[in-house]
Structure formats: structure tokens, C-alpha cells
Design a protein around this ligand. Sequence first.
Ligand code: FAD
Length: 310
Amino acid sequence: MSIFILGEHEDGQLKSGTLSCVTAAQQLGEDIHLVLIGSGVSALSEQSKSLPHVKKIHVLDHADYAQPIAELVAPALAAIAADAQFILAPASTFGKNILPRLAATFDIQPLSDVIAIHGPTEFTRPIYAGNALQRVKSEQKRQLMTIRPTAFAPVATSGGSAEIVAVTPPAAPARPAKFVNIEQVKSARPELTSARIVVSGGRALGSAENFKIIEALADKLGAAVGASRAAVDAGYVPNDYQVGQTGKIVAPDLYMAIGMSGAIQHLAGMSGSQVIVAINKDPDAPIFQVADYGLVADLFEAVPELMKTL
Ligand code: FAD
């Protein structure tokens, strides 16, 4: 039973969601393959050789794949993993962009956001913004799934010795889509989805200027910055800070929710955190129902106080 993982990488590094996919793949079988598609990914494949449990790394290194455009990557992956029984990708923007197109190519139903594997045909995934867990039995001839990285601990990056296989690029791919540009916020802070501590702010901050208080607290704690959709929609911070059902899923050791109500769609993105601390001036705010520690206070007084004691 061959299991193919589509590797997500950036700036020459594998993203930790791929390492979580290797953990998930181990629960399906032993014949684990990693697929790396991109431009200049040969160095990355050398690094990836030492990933434990991975038998083969299929490397498609070509200028056409410099950007992970689903319209190009999905057909290339379909050719590389033509005989695979399982194809896995992280449930990140990257994986969620490519896997549905691949599923359409194979004319099968993908399983999204898998959080537990019970056997080769049975999986658990959250539905209704995480309010219910669905146990799915899929008897399709192959399984395509996105794996929620926070549900599977990443494997170590050493200990393996995979074989590297260079893939011949397909003849000039059709170009139904073209890369124009990417606007990306580069930050010295830890990446939101893999940070050990996340400090998030909500609508209560009131402005981008006021939101700096959250960023200052995050910097003091070496944390990533998150936000509610209300804070993002109001333009206080860029939308890649959004945590929740339609944002990023995080499960840090410590999540601080400051000036946010704890709407169900927000909880869908952070309720797996180890310890949740909430600061809200309304004692009835729903966030206190999931918080391990709650402080009923005005954030504009509580956060500066907290900063002084750190
Ligand atoms: P509010 O709900 O307005 O809460 C602000 C809180 O701040 C209140 O509890 C208030 O008591 C408190 N407060 C006010 N002033 C202070 C002060 N000075 N000090 C301390 N506390 C104070 N939301 C997400 O976050 N992520 C998502 O991914 C997401 N996806 C969605 C998808 C759909 C389909 C829909 C319909 C909604 C989605 N939402 C999402 C929106 C969500 O429903 C809420 O509207 C949003 O999370 C509210 O953000 P908030 O908690 O910052 O604001």
C-alpha cells in the first residue's frame, strides 16, 4: 500500500505540516513516499533524505513549478502518484488548494482535515466548525486526504535514508493559470501555525495602532501574533493573522485571547491549545468557557500591567 505525501516547502525548508503528514502516513503503512515539486528543490531533497520512515523522495525540479499553482501541480502529482493508494497533503492553504483539484482528476471524493486514522478506510474529521466529529468510512479505490497538522506530532528530521528519484518534467504543461505576484508579510516572529505561544487580539483593540499592544506582548513572550476575523476585517492586521474556521488552525502550548468574545468560528481554530488564557471585560463572554485562566478586566489596563511584570 503506497502512501504518497505532497511536501509543502518554503524558502528551501520543509514546512512542519509535511512532517506531521509523515506521522499520519505511518499509521497507514510502511511504503511512504515524499513528493517535492518546485524550482531549485534539489538541495531540499538532500536535506529531506534523512526524514525517518520515508522510503523514496520523488523530486520534480523545474522552473515551471517555481510557484505552487494548483492547475500545474495537481496534474504533475497525479502522474507521479498514479499508482498510490493514499495521497496526503497538509490541511494548509497549500494542501487545501491542490488536493481538491487532484481529487477531481481522479474523480474521487477527498477527505479533508483528517484528525485521526483508525485504519486504511476509517478516519475522523471535524465538521460544523469543529462542533462535531465525523467518523468516515471510505471504500474508494484510493484515499486522498488533507491532514490537520496540529493533530499529528511532526516526525524528527533525522534518522532516515530515503532514495531520491528525479522526475522528468512533463512536456510543457498547459497554462490555465499564471502566477502574477505574491504579497506576503515577512516577520521575525515565529510562524503562527507552529508557534509554541500565540497572542491574539480581537475587535476590542479598536485600531491598528492599538493592536501594537498585542504585538509588543507577543514579542516579549517570543510568540506569534493571531487575530479574530473581526480584527482582520477591520484592517487592524493582515488577514494571514486570522485564527479560526476560515483562518489558521493553531494548537500552541499557550494561547492568549485578548479582547475577543470567543465566537464558535474562532474557537474552531484554537480550542486544541494546551493552555488558554482570556482577558475580557465581560464576565459572560463565551471565551471564558474554554479558557483555563480568565481575567475579567479592561485589556488596556491589564496588558500594560502584565508587560511590566514580565
Ligand atoms: P467581538 O465578538 O465583537 O468581541 C469583542 C470582545 O471584546 C467582546 O467579548 C467584548 O466584551 C470584549 N471587549 C471589548 N472591549 C474590551 C476591553 N477594553 N477590554 C477587554 N475586553 C473587551 N471569526 C474568527 O475569529 N475566525 C474565523 O476564522 C471566523 N470565520 C468565520 C466564518 C463564518 C462563516 C462566519 C459567519 C463568521 C466567522 N468568524 C470568524 C466571525 C465570528 O463569528 C465573530 O464575528 C468574530 O470572531 C468576532 O471577533 P471578536 O471576538 O474579535 O469580536
